[in-house]
Design a protein around this ligand. Structure first.
Ligand SMILES: [Zn+2]
Length: 368
């Protein structure tokens, strides 16, 4: 009864998420006339109040697509800048982004002294820049997530290949090894691009972060269906993977090549996320798996953490916004998640070995 009650709670929670999607909205500080005129004059003079910026001496800017655009007539002295490799160019704070940042800081300081709440600028909260990192807290937590995934992934491989007994062919007994290994690689890839994107947000890094996250989410759904459905046959696995892979690939191509629709992407991600959490929750409630309580904690924790992504709030001390805290909460959840995966490997290995031994005993009894 207790487990059933918990399942019902999870179910309700997931449904609430979907209905909350409509609450997402963005206020626009970049629409405010003082901000606009500040950026305009800064781009011409290279200064905001008494501070002037070296990047405004360059005759080029970097547009939101991550491409160079000529902002003034090209002097030969500045041509060297154009020869710099791309990774050096997009790391730089060019004139426009420097002006936008400094004007935002100025406008936000005024708003704060007048007792107003912060506004979003170009879709982002006003963060305090730290060593040229745009969102330092999200960068730090993305790195932590990457490390926890690396630790989980490597300890999982050590467990299945070196600690648990291998079959007569020298392969692990656990049937989902390769699926979890791919999951580990996709997760690490996703957190690498999350770190890059939160360090410097240009179209190129945003595309890579979103595409990696969607690919991981789609793959996690495939994994959830296969593991909770106990699918061991190759044909069944292909039947599940093919339509999901087709949909996810089309979605990624649509975002990158046709239209980068944040609202549509958010809906796709929430539906895929909620579906797999429901699958795991229902499976854990109905199964007698020894690590089912770990799994339920992960599902419950991940569901609560998702609220942070939906209830967006301005950054505390200019650093900790809802998104950064969401990245922080996924660190312990990821640790527990890999712990469940390792428990699953131990449980299945033990079960499969005892089944093989029982079959051998039966055969030898019959032959006697
Ligand atoms: Zn993020």
């Amino acid at each position: 009864m207790k487990v059933r009650g918990r399942c019902l709670l999870l179910l309700l929670l997931e449904l609430v998420f979907l209905s909350l999607l409509s609450l997402c909205h963005a206020s626009a500080g970049d629409d405010q006339p003082p901000y606009k005129s500040c950026v305009e004059s800064c781009e011409k003079s290279g200064c905001v109040d008494d501070s002037c910026f070296n990047s405004c001496k360059f005759p080029v800017g970097i547009d939101p697509e991550g491409d160079l655009s000529l902002t003034k007539s090209l002097d030969s002295a500045y041509e060297l800048f154009l020869k710099e490799p791309l990774y050096l160019r997009w790391k730089k704070w060019d004139c426009t982004s420097e002006c936008r940042y400094q004007c935002m800081v100025r406008e936000e300081a005024k708003r704060e002294s007048d007792g107003h709440l912060p506004l979003k600028y170009h879709g982002k909260w006003p963060f305090v820049r730290f060593f040229s990192l745009q969102e330092p807290a999200s960068v730090a937590f993305s790195v932590l997530n990457l490390l926890v995934h690396f630790q989980g992934f490597s300890s999982f491989l050590v467990l299945v290949f070196y600690k648990l007994p291998l079959s007569a062919h020298g392969s692990p007994h656990y049937e989902y090894v390769s699926l979890w290994a791919i999951y580990g690689l996709l997760s690490m890839n996703s957190w690498i691009w999350s770190t890059v994107f939160h360090s410097r947000d240009v179209r190129f890094t945003e595309m890579l972060d979103y595409s990696s996250a969607v690919a991981l989410l789609g793959y996690s759904l495939i994994l959830a269906v296969i593991r909770t459905g106990g699918m061991r046959a190759e044909a069944a696995r292909v039947m599940v993977s093919a339509p999901i892979t087709a949909f996810i690939s089309t979605h990624i191509l649509y975002l990158n090549l046709y239209k980068f629709d944040y609202g549509w992407n958010m809906q796709v991600c929430v539906v895929i996320g909620v579906t797999q959490m429901l699958l795991w929750a229902v499976w854990a409630c109905r199964s007698s798996h020894p690590a089912r309580y770990k799994l339920l904690t992960v599902v419950f924790g991940a569901s609560l953490a998702m609220l942070l992504e939906i209830y967006d709030f301005p950054p505390l001390w200019g650093i900790l916004d809802a998104h950064a805290i969401w990245h922080a909460t996924t660190v312990p959840i990821t640790y527990l998640w890999w712990s469940f995966i390792k428990d699953d490997a131990k449980f299945r290995t033990k079960l499969l070995i005892s089944k093989t031994e029982a079959t051998k005993d039966n055969k030898s009894r019959k032959s006697q």
